[in-house]
Design a protein around this ligand. Structure first.
Ligand code: GLU
Length: 548
């Protein structure tokens, strides 16, 4: 714990509780100065005078109640970590508090002096780390989801603090020359390894103009839970380059990929960290990564990436695995909620690899896909769209804009269309507290990573929408990536039938464990899936112990 004194402002109106907290602080190893305020107004007045390191906040005060209290303090002190102290063991309130900007949530009757001291220490540490590069809405969402699950499952505090941030992050800048200019740009790239406990790390590489350290870290954390939920022997990782790939020529894409690969070459490898495609990257990009890595090694190393072309040691079925897996899960979920698929309608947001394959397998199941979208537009046809006709149009026009067999709708409108199954398979942060009320589907099948905020989760769960959360819904991709890696390291190729059967078995097992936990513990599907994953990681961490 830090040696210098921490100035703690406690805003608490109940003198007995204030006394309890002070006793706990006294008994802890913190050096602190304690200031107290017994109303919101007095607390804010004190904050205005400055020099506070951390706020301990009771949400129910004589002049303000609940989340409004937190919002007022957050607004008055945007640069100070806040720990909510409450007497309620209320998970949804805790989740709301973290969403509204609290660093932690403690229950007064459960807290001891060590827990309080650690919470203060880490709230300050996390707050520092969250400014700048780390500060992305997606990373906040990933941490909030984790904290919610951790609280419900009563996670060991040592493990909780270890898992909130990635174990390794690698930030690079690389020189990049476009075809038509003689200018050299500096481009940012990342590779984040969230957890090294379970085996090599695993996760895709994303090319997108919004990529940053926080976003990559969120995606790496989700990979950890996803791999653990599927019982794969990997920890989570993710990489990315901050660039708009739709503007790049093939030659530019190749140059960028080879240079990025050489910048991360020391931290990837079949035994270390195995990249794969994600948004903005594909089989060809994986081929270039494999080639660049192999040139340095001096021999061909197919197992350094997955999602490669089959001829280079890629796996049959990998390309369509995420969409196929999502539809396997939709089938299981439909059975679970009593939805007949050949009478059902679906809306799919996104028409990249995941979106288009989801449409394909839904169509095969007799589902009427009434709307799809890409970056240019959404297309709606209440009588159903034809996949082949959409693919033909895109082959000619690259984007959906102008597609004649349906009406144009915006991406926002698309999410609110009447349907049974809504499958977001594009960007994060699509279903939020703002639009969740207007989402009408019976089932939300997440092909994308992080499409739903915590606030939206609560609204959808209250409406009775069945959610296939991302770490389960899109896990087909990494599962077949695992098969690809196994085939590469054993030099033994499997048939497509074998791959699809094994994929089905693994996904169904994860689905059933998640549903059983969700029903048994009366928790939402996302939290249940996360707890399944976190449990496995926790067991592994406890068994390995702390080095040295
Ligand atoms: N990028 C994909 C995901 O988010 C696949 C990762 C992999 O295959 O390693 O799950």
């Amino acid at each position: 714990m830090p040696a210098h004194a921490i100035t703690v402002l406690m805003i608490e109106d109940n003198p007995i509780h204030a006394r309890l907290i002070q006793n706990l602080l006294d008994a802890s190893d913190l050096t602190y100065d304690l200031l107290t305020a017994d109303s919101l107004a007095k607390g804010i007045e004190r904050l205005d005078q400055g020099k506070i390191d951390v706020v301990l906040l009771d949400l129910v005060l004589p002049d303000s109640a609940e989340i409004a209290t937190l919002e007022s303090v957050r607004a008055a002190a945007p640069d100070i970590p806040i720990i909510v102290l409450t007497s309620l063991d209320d998970v949804s309130l805790a989740a709301k508090a973290v969403e509204a900007g609290a660093q932690d949530y403690l229950i007064k009757t459960d807290v001891n002096s060590m827990l309080l001291a650690r919470s203060i220490h880490y709230a300050i540490e996390r707050f520092r780390a969250l400014s700048g590069e780390w500060d992305a809405p997606m990373f906040r969402l990933a941490q909030q989801q984790f904290l919610k699950a951790a609280q419900i499952m009563g996670l060991d505090d040592n493990i909780r603090e270890r898992l909130l941030f990635p174990q390794r992050t690698h930030v690079v800048t690389l020189p990049f020359r476009r075809d038509e200019y003689n200018l050299v740009e500096t481009v940012f790239g990342y590779r984040v390894q969230h957890l090294l406990t379970m085996g090599p790390t695993k996760g895709g590489i994303r090319y997108h103009e919004d990529v940053n350290l926080g976003e990559t870290s969120a995606l790496a954390m989700w990979m950890t839970w996803k791999c653990a939920l599927m019982n794969l022997p990997f920890g989570g990782a993710k990489g990315g380059v901050r660039i708009d790939p739709t503007e790049l020529s093939r030659r530019e894409l190749q140059r960028l990929t080879r240079r990025y690969t050489s910048e991360i070459i020391n931290i990837i490898g079949p035994d270390k960290d195995i990249p794969a495609p994600d948004m903005g990257t594909d089989e060809q990009v994986m081929a270039w990564i494999m080639d660049t890595y192999s040139q340095q090694a001096g021999y061909t190393v197919p197992g350094v990436v997955t999602g490669k072309p089959v001829v280079l040691g890629g796996s049959l079925g990998r390309k369509e695995a995420t969409g196929r897996g999502l539809v396997y899960l939709i089938e299981a979920a439909a059975k679970h909620i009593g939805l007949s698929l050949n009478e059902a309608s679906a809306v799919v947001q996104g028409f990249g690899n995941v979106g288009s394959n989801t449409v394909r397998f839904l169509e095969e199941d007799g589902v009427k896909v009434v709307a799809v979208s890409d970056v240019t537009t959404g297309i709606y046809n209440a009588n159903g769209l034809s996949l082949q006709s959409l693919i033909d149009y895109i082959a000619e026009n690259r984007f959906l804009k102008g597609y004649p067999e349906g009406d144009e709708v915006s991406n926002e409108e698309l999410l609110e269309l009447p349907c049974d199954i809504l499958a977001p398979a594009a960007l994060q942060n699509q279903i939020t507290g703002e639009n969740a009320d207007r989402v009408t589907c019976k089932m939300l099948a997440e092909g994308a990573n992080g499409p739903t905020t915590l606030e939206a989760d609560e609204i959808l769960n209250n409406k009775g929408v069945f959610i296939l959360p991302d770490v389960l819904g899109n896990a087909g991709g990494v599962t077949v990536s695992y098969f690809e890696w196994v085939q590469d390291t054993q030099n033994y190729m499997w048939s497509l039938k074998e791959i699809n059967n094994r994929l089905h078995e693994i996904l169904l097992d994860a689905f059933e464990r998640t549903v059983a936990r969700s029903v048994g513990d009366n928790i939402d599907m996302r939290t249940a899936a996360l707890i399944e994953g976190i449990n496995r990681v926790t067991q592994a961490k406890l068994l390995r112990g702390v080095f040295p």
